[in-house]
Design a protein around this ligand. Structure first.
Ligand code: BG6
Length: 491
């Protein structure tokens, strides 16, 4: 008789996920250069609905002002939560929770401060030696993103970002340098964080300042093509330098529901979904889907491919598929006709009346995670990894003197239950990293008060505070979950 199990595999990788630009701080310490994210401001006086504007796109004037040493604005990603000076303490706390793995990124600008140098910055390389050694000391497996919204700013301002083919060589040089240096320390790599988000935020994804590109779609897809080639070449290099390495793609994934059962709504939904999955299609299968020819023709996009590009994509697909999953979304063929139903603030979907939402309008949908896992595994038949999942919330200290974040525990419990269902469905899921295990600066709004951590950091939106770390209630809960390998989900 056939059986199935809801048990997590014995070697399941439980952990947490972070990114250098949101966490490290020490922005210009030890030779680091400015990254694309280091120029985002936080302005508490601006209306809240404007806080996402920079994330959607930066202007030349904003970038130039940020490079002015006399600028009086506050740039939160230059401070992060100061992991750079707290990494030993922070990793010890992750170890106390029982982490099996830790997802982090290497700041490209610590290794190549401008991005176009020929020699790496030794001080930057040394920092990650120390981080990886500390992780190893605690038996925590590092999972490293090469690029997480933090390309060198010089590659944006002087080269125009990823639409410029030269960036491929700079990226591959960076990748080879870190593969070589950390070949005995890091086995799991991801080439680009949320590579499919170029659609929503081209500045931070591919370094495009929109004023330069009247035909923005052309710039986006050209930039994406160069990232695909760079990803394939990095995968090739990684396998050559670290023979037992595993390289993954990483996409942002939202389950999409048609707003109604009208065929036009389903068609609209399918179109959004396939554009989103196009990125992992290329990276995991090694070729462009057939339907893209029509899409490019309709958008008047003419991709410039070098001879051999298609062969490179075909020869070096990724080993595993990873994704971030925070919410689902709803799509209508005619959103302009719908009033008062605007949903997820970040992607502009239609509000789903069946789902609760976070303080930031992200609609919480644990069952969508099971669907996502099944869809991605069915589609690619490669191992899958949940690279990000989490709840951003306003935390307050409870009567017991600690943050009693039961809402975070509930969110996590419901998602883990659905992971168990997906495992029973036969999905080969090998790890889960909660975003983010310690409070850090929000990617999209640059707030500190949008907190995801199991560990509280005493720091406000303007960078004030002692930076003292303390355990929230969820810290103890996740520790119990990991110790029981996902079995004990009780309160
Ligand atoms: C993902 C990003 O999109 O979402 C992370 O990869 C980010 O960098 C996370 O932090 C949560 O988004 P935010 O804007 O709430 O920090």
């Amino acid at each position: 008789m056939m059986t199935f199990t809801k048990d997590f595999p014995d070697d399941f990788l439980w952990g947490g996920a972070t990114a250098a630009n949101q966490l490290e701080g020490a922005c210009q310490v030890d030779g680091k250069g400015l990254s694309a994210s280091d120029v985002f401001i936080f302005d508490a006086n601006a209306p809240k609905e404007r806080w996402l504007d920079q994330w959607a796109g930066m202007t030349h004037a904003q970038v130039a002002e940020a490079q002015d040493p006399d600028s009086k604005k506050y740039y939160p990603k230059r401070n992060g939560n100061d992991f750079y000076h707290h990494y030993e303490e922070d990793i010890a706390l992750f170890a106390e929770m029982g982490f099996k793995c830790f997802r982090m990124s290497i700041a490209w600008t610590r290794i190549f401060p401008r991005g176009d140098e020929t020699e790496p910055n030794e001080a930057g390389l040394r920092f990650y030696d120390k981080v990886f050694d500390t992780l190893r000391k605690h038996n925590i497996e590092p999972i490293v993103s090469l690029s997480h919204y933090e390309m060198p700013l010089t590659l944006v301002t002087e080269y125009g970002g990823w639409p410029n083919r030269k960036i491929i060589d700079f990226y591959v040089q960076f990748a080879q340098t870190v593969f070589q240096r950390y070949r005995t320390k890091v086995k799991y790599w991801m080439t680009f964080n949320e590579i499919n988000c170029v659609k929503h935020h081209p500045y931070v994804s591919i370094g495009v300042v929109e004023e330069n590109h009247p035909h923005l779609e052309q710039a986006k897809y050209q930039g994406a093509h160069h990232q695909f080639v760079a990803s394939a070449l990095a995968t090739k290099a990684c396998h050559a330098i670290i023979p037992d390495s595993k390289v993954g793609c990483m996409i942002s994934y939202q389950i999409l529901y048609p707003h109604t059962c009208h065929p036009d709504d389903l068609q609209a939904c399918e179109e959004v979904q396939r554009v989103s999955l196009f990125f992992s299609d290329v990276q995991a299968r090694g070729y462009y889907p057939a339907w893209t020819e029509r899409m490019f023709a309709e958008k008047n996009v003419v991709l410039e491919k070098a001879v051999g590009d298609d062969e490179i994509l075909r020869q070096y697909p990724v080993d595993f598929v990873s994704f971030s999953y925070y919410m689902s979304s709803t799509v209508s063929a005619h959103p302009e006709k719908l009033e008062g139903v605007k949903g997820n603030l970040i992607t502009g979907g239609i509000r789903n009346p069946h789902l609760p939402e976070s303080d930031w309008g992200w609609q919480i949908d644990p069952k969508g995670l099971r669907l996502a896992l099944n869809q991605l595994y069915d589609r690619y038949q490669k191992p899958v990894f949940i690279a990000e999942n989490g709840l951003g919330a306003v935390d307050t200290v409870g009567p017991s003197g600690i943050i009693e974040d039961d809402y975070r525990i509930d969110y996590l419990r419901l998602h883990i239950e659905q992971m168990r269902e997906a495992i029973a469905d036969g999905v080969q899921l090998f790890g889960y990293t909660w975003w983010g295990p310690i409070d850090m600066v929000s990617a999209s709004t640059s707030q500190m008060s949008k907190r995801y951590g199991f560990i509280h950091v005493d720091q406000d939106d303007m960078g004030n505070g002692s930076k003292k770390r303390s355990r929230k209630k969820s810290f103890h809960w996740y520790k119990k979950v990991i110790a029981s390998n996902g079995v004990d989900l009780s309160n």
